[in-house]
Design a protein around this ligand. Sequence first.
Ligand SMILES: [Zn+2]
Length: 155
Amino acid sequence: MRFIADAMLGRLARWLRLLGFDTLYCPDISDSRLLRLAREQDRFILTRDTHFLNVKNFRDYLLINSNNPFEQVLEVVEALNIKEFKPGRCANCNGVLAKVRKKEDVRDMVPEHVFLNSDTFLKCQDCGNVYWEGSHLKMFREKLCDVLKGVRPQN
Ligand SMILES: [Zn+2]
C-alpha cells in the first residue's frame, strides 16, 4: 500500500515512512496535481481536506480527523485494516533503507554512544541518513504494536 499525504499531514507522512510505507509528502502542490499523482502512481490519498469528497469516481482517499500525529497513524491503520509493517523508508525523503553491513562504515555518522551501544544500523539509499534501533523509532513501533493488539495508549 502506497500513500500520498496532503500539506497538513507532514508528521503523519514521516511516521508512515518509518513504519515502512512508501509515502509521498508534497506540501506545495495543488489538489488537482495531488490527485493526478495519486492516480498515476496508484497511491492512496491521506488528507484533512474535504475537497476530495466531491471528486467523481474517486474513492482512494482517507479523511483524517485527528490533529494528533499518533492518532492519525491509528486512523490510517484502523481504516485500512493494516496488520503489519516493517521498517524500510527514510522519514526525511521516503528513500529505501538498507542494512549497513559493516558497522565501522557509520562510525562518523552517528553519536559515539550510539555507535558503541548499537549493532544494527539502517542507511537511506537516497539521502544517506542513518537510523538505528533504540531510537524513538523502536519505541514508536512498540507502542503501535500494542495498539494493534488492542492495548490502548495511556495518556
Ligand atoms: Zn533519506
